[in-house]
Design a protein. Structure first.
Length: 202
C-alpha cells in the first residue's frame, strides 16, 4: 500500500508529457484475469478468477458485464466469494476528442454478491453500485484508469463498502491487451492485484 501512491503520482505527472492514445472506454472487448486477494489483518487470503465484457451502447455510454469468483483461506476453513454485476458507464468525451488525454466518467450498476461467511460485506444478496473516475491515455499503447466505487446491498443500505480502483493497460495491437489492476476495499480492508488479458474485436 505504501508503494502504490508514489507510483500513482508518477503516472499522473507523466501523463502531461504524452498525446492522447487508445482508450479502454467506448470499445468492444472481453477478457479474463487472475488475481491475488489479501485481508490486511491476515483474517484471510486467496486468489480470484475474473471475467468481463465491455460493449458501447451509444457514443457516450458503455455497458460492462463482470463476474468474479474468489477462493479465500481463513485460519480454519476455505470459503468462497463471488460477484456478478452489470454496470452502465457514461463518459465525458470533450477533453479526449479535442486531442486531450483525460476521459472522465460516471457509472451506476446492479450486482449480486455471494458471500456465505460475510467476509467482504455483512450479508450477501442483490446490490447496487455508483462510481466516478477518469481514464488517462498516455500513448497510443498505454492508458491508466482510476475510479472510486461505492457499492452495497438493496436490503439494507448500511451494508456497503467504498472501493478504490486503478488499472494500467498496455495494448499490444488493436486487438490484444494486458492490464495490471489494483483494488482496495476500504471498509473490508482488502487488497486485490489482478493480471488481465483483453481481446477487442472492433
Amino acid at each position: 500500500m505504501k508503494t502504490s501512491f508514489p507510483v500513482l503520482i508518477f503516472l499522473l505527472s507523466s501523463s502531461f508529457l504524452f498525446v492522447s492514445g487508445k482508450s479502454r472506454i467506448g470499445e468492444y472487448y472481453l477478457g479474463f484475469g487472475y488475481g491475488l486477494v489479501n485481508e490486511n489483518n491476515k483474517a484471510f487470503e486467496g486468489d480470484s478468477i475474473n471475467l468481463f465484457v465491455n460493449s458501447p451502447g451509444s457514443e457516450t455510454v458503455d455497458f460492462d458485464l463482470s463476474y468474479t469468483y474468489a477462493g479465500l483461506e481463513t485460519n480454519s476453513s476455505r470459503e468462497t466469494y463471488w460477484r456478478f454485476g452489470l454496470n452502465l458507464r457514461y463518459h465525458f468525451d470533450d477533453f479526449y476528442d479535442n486531442q486531450g488525454m483525460f476521459r472522465p466518467f460516471l457509472g451506476l450498476g446492479v450486482e449480486y454478491l455471494g458471500d456465505s461467511q460475510n467476509l467482504i460485506l455483512e450479508e450477501e444478496g442483490f446490490g447496487w453500485s455508483l462510481e466516478a473516475g477518469t481514464e488517462i491515455a498516455f500513448t497510443q499503447d498505454l492508458s491508466f484508469i482510476f475510479f472510486a466505487k461505492l457499492h452495497g446491498l438493496w436490503k439494507d443500505f448500511s451494508y456497503n463498502d467504498f472501493n478504490l480502483n486503478s488499472e494500467l493497460t498496455w495494448w499490444m495491437d488493436d486487438e490484444h491487451a494486458f492490464a495490471l489492476s489494483y483494488l482496495h476495499m476500504v471498509d473490508a480492508n482488502v487488497d486485490q492485484f489482478i493480471l488481465k488479458y483483453m481481446y477487442s474485436w472492433k
